[in-house]
Design a protein around this ligand. Sequence first.
Ligand SMILES: [Zn+2]
Ligand SMILES: [Zn+2]
Length: 268
Amino acid sequence: MLINDYHIHSEFSGDSNEKLDKIVKKALELGMEDIAITDHLEYDIIGMTDRWKLKLDKYAKTILEYKEKYKDKIDIKLGVEIGIQPHTREYLEKEVEKYPFDFIIASTHALDRHDIAMGELQKHRNKDQLQKYYFETVLKNVQDYNNFSVYGHIDFITRYGGEQYRGLNYKENLDVIDEILKTLISKNKGLEINTSGYRYQENRFYPCTDLLKRYFELGGEIITIGSDSHVSEYIGKDFDIAYDFLKSIGVKYICSFDKLNPVFKTIK
Ligand SMILES: [Zn+2]
Ligand SMILES: [Zn+2]
C-alpha cells in the first residue's frame, strides 16, 4: 500500500493542466492517506512567461477548499515547490510566509537566472563543470534558505543536456555534497526521493542511492517520496522501488508534513 505522494503538480503550475479532482481520484484509488499538492513558485528566470507566475492567493484558497471537500477521504496538504536561487531568497521567503503551508519543497531549477532545462547553461559548461557549479549553488541555497521542508530532486542536474550530461559525478563532488547534507541535517531539513528519473530514462530516482545512503549515515532522518507528476496517471509511480530500497538499508519511516512539521509514517 502506498502511503502518500508529496510532489504533485496541478493546473496551477505553468507546466500542468491537471485537475484537482482527477488527482484526488487517483490518490484514492491508490489508497493514499495524504497527498501534497506542490505547484511551482518560480521567480526571476530569464524568459519566464506569465503562465509560470503562480497566483498564490487563488492557489492557496483553492487547495484549502479541496482539503475541506475531501477531508473525510484523504488529507490534502497545501504544499509548494519553490525554485530557489541565491538572489531570490528574500522574495520567496516573504511570499511563502503569507500562507499556511503544510509542506515546502525547495528545488534548484535555475542557475544565474537560466533554467537548467533550456540548454543555455550547457552551452558554456561541459558535464563536469556544470555539475560542480550546480552543487556549489545548491550548497549556497541550503546555507541561505530556512523556510522549506525538504530539498527536491537534489541531483537531477543529469536530466538535461542530452547523453553527454548524463551520469552523476558523485565521487568528484563528494566534498560539496557532504557539506550540503550536513547543512540540511543541522537545519532539520529533509530530502525528497523523486521517482521521476524513471520517466526521464535515467533508470533511477533522485537522489542516487549513494547520496541517499550518505544522508542517513550523517544522521538525516526526514524523507518524503514524490512522483513529480504533472498528470494524474504518474501519481505514486515507481514508489515500490523507493520503498524497497529504503527497507533494504534499514529505513523504516518516511514523512508526511503538517504545518511544516514532519510526521513519521511506517513503511508497510
Ligand atoms: Zn522540480
Ligand atoms: Zn516538480
